[in-house]
Design a binder for this molecule. Structure first.
Ligand SMILES: NC(=O)C1=CN([C@@H]2O[C@H](COP(=O)(O)OP(=O)(O)OC[C@H]3O[C@@H](n4cnc5c(N)ncnc54)[C@H](OP(=O)(O)O)[C@@H]3O)[C@@H](O)[C@H]2O)C=CC1
Ligand SMILES: O=C1Nc2ccccc2C1=O
Length: 317
């Protein structure tokens, strides 16, 4: 019997009392002209109420126009959708100024979540800083090695005080870095989310359990395995999709919900955007079978920018 699919309306309550829709539209690499705008508008019309953006994606302006179009087409209001954007490393010294730039591009007067994209500060005066990727003469990334993400987060909190961010979050934080952040005297506002890579090849159960214990929601990025994904051909995932009469993407997205994470599938295709919101109730047996893949095969990180000599992920499962 095929599983029953329906548009997800699942939400999570956050540690600041706000609510976040479980499925958000990813916008990384939606950079062909018009793609991000069309995708975001189509997503809102399809029923998405959560959009994930970032300064680094270079498309906040289009995302903003897409939001406006989506709201106009549905009759929804700004307050009905949850918008995240992210602080890039070249702005860690001044998140308030960085958020002003993002808000201007998005055409919004607040975001629901402003998130530290990576726990790494980059030289704002380095060669090529305007691209977001300053480099040293050696060609390596120009990282501010004497700067701490704790200081960046202290500054990030000011965006909540000003009301321009309703909440703040972090991304790509390991358990070790979260412990450092939460123990710091200057940390007064808990992050609502930790957005990290999560899919059956990298389920990160220890990080998931730690974040649950701290009431920090894990938001799963690259849930389909990003571009050229090996997950879409994985025999276990494909078999579960066939058995339930659904797509492989729907299995991966439904699994993310089954394990209690928010999830950010990206697509620029209107048909895929609509089908990625259609989820089903995964059985515990199928969920456990998906959990087992990385136990059998070993885990595999698919997104791993070079931040050396900074170590980002030291407590991998
Ligand atoms: N905080 C961080 O550091 C990071 C955050 N992110 C966030 O997470 C989002 C999602 O991650 P991302 O890396 O983009 O990758 P995803 O895992 O969402 O995969 C996107 C890829 O899958 C394709 N795709 C989408 N739907 C389907 C489908 N139903 N069937 C088959 N293929 C499909 C897309 O192609 P097409 O568009 O042509 O449909 C695209 O090539 C990002 O867009 C971004 O918002 C991602 C990486 C890092
Ligand atoms: O989402 C992201 N896409 C990226 C590409 C290169 C480096 C960092 C990132 C992200 O954080």
């Amino acid at each position: 019997m095929p599983a029953t699919l329906s548009n997800s309306t699942k939400t999570y309550s956050l540690n600041n009392g706000a609510v976040i829709p479980a499925i958000g539209l990813g916008t990384w690499r939606a950079t062909n002209e018009g793609d991000a705008q069309r995708a975001v508008a189509a997503a809102i019309v399809a029923g998405y109420r959560h959009i994930d953006a970032a300064w680094a994606y270079g498309n906040e302006k289009e995302v903003g126009v897409g939001i406006k179009e989506g709201l106009a087409a549905t009759g929804l209001e700004r307050k009905d959708i949850f918008v995240t954007t992210k602080l890039w490393g070249t702005f860690h010294h001044d998140p308030e100024a960085a958020l002003d730039i993002s808000l201007e591009r998005l055409g919004l007067d607040y975001v629901d979540q402003y998130m530290m994209h990576w726990p790494v500060a980059l030289n704002p005066n380095g060669k090529g800083a305007e691209t977001g990727f300053p480099v040293l003469p050696s060609g390596k990334r120009d990282i501010l090695l004497d700067w701490s993400f704790v200081k960046s987060y202290e500054n990030l909190q000011k965006t909540v005080v000003s009301g321009k961010a309703k909440a703040i979050g972090v991304s790509n934080f390991s358990i070790k870095n979260l412990k450092t952040l939460l123990a710091a005297e200057t940390t007064k506002i808990k992050p609502i989310c930790n957005q990290v890579e999560a899919h059956p090849y990298l389920p990160q159960p220890k990080l998931l359990a730690y974040c649950k214990s701290e009431d920090i929601l894990i938001t799963a990025y690259s849930p389909l395995g990003s571009i050229d994904s090996p997950l879409l051909q994985d025999e276990t995932v494909v078999a579960i999709a066939k058995k339930n009469g659904v797509s492989v993407a729907q299995v991966l997205i439904s699994w993310a919900l089954w394990r209690g994470t928010a999830v950010l599938p990206k697509s620029v295709s209107a048909a895929r955007i609509a089908s990625n919101l259609q989820v089903f109730e995964l059985s515990n047996e199928d969920g456990e079978a998906l959990n087992q893949i990385s136990v059998t095969k070993g885990s595999q990180r698919l997104i791993s920018p070079d931040w050396s000599p900074v170590v980002i992920f030291e407590d991998e499962d």
